[in-house]
Unconditional design. Structure first.
Length: 154
């Protein structure tokens, strides 16, 4: 498998799915998420905060606080989550894409090919919504999955 998501990215996806599946319009406490997903609280909390800064989640502080989705789950994509966690500082990818400046024409060709691949992967991630993943989990939407190209808002 060429695409490898980091542990943080996978944890972010799982946490958002957990909130989407268990929130039901109410706040989901991070302690409940960590218990269900078996993720240490000290590891998950910065991820949830980063998702809040990216306006994917809304976090409410206090003893009865928790997290909820900031927008409909059909409007949150895997690409949104990966972008939020990477935050534009993916040093490893930048090293690969900078081959063109450090090597001959072969480096430039490889760098160009990898940049194109990165764009294609990102486009694919942007096409997968949390709604679809919840539906695939068999617990999510009570309606059929979204058909590509349709989007209804009331």
């Amino acid at each position: 498998m060429l695409l490898r998501l980091s542990k943080k990215e996978l944890s972010a996806i799982q946490a958002v799915m957990d909130i989407a599946l268990n929130g039901g319009g109410t706040l989901v406490q991070s302690s409940d998420i960590t218990a269900r997903l078996d993720i240490p609280p000290r590891y998950l909390e910065p991820i949830l905060q980063r998702l809040g800064r990216a306006e994917i989640l809304v976090g409410i502080r206090g003893p009865s606080g928790g997290y909820r989705l900031a927008r409909e789950r059909r409007r949150i994509t895997l690409g949104d989550l990966v972008d939020a966690i990477r935050g534009g500082d993916d040093d490893e990818a930048n090293e690969v894409f900078n081959l063109a400046t450090t090597t001959s024409g072969t480096g430039a060709a490889l760098s160009n090919a990898l940049e194109n691949l990165d764009r294609e992967i990102h486009a694919r991630l942007q096409a997968i919504t949390i709604e679809e993943l919840c539906w695939r989990a068999g617990q999510g939407s009570r309606t059929a999955p979204r058909v590509a190209g349709t989007d209804f808002a009331i």
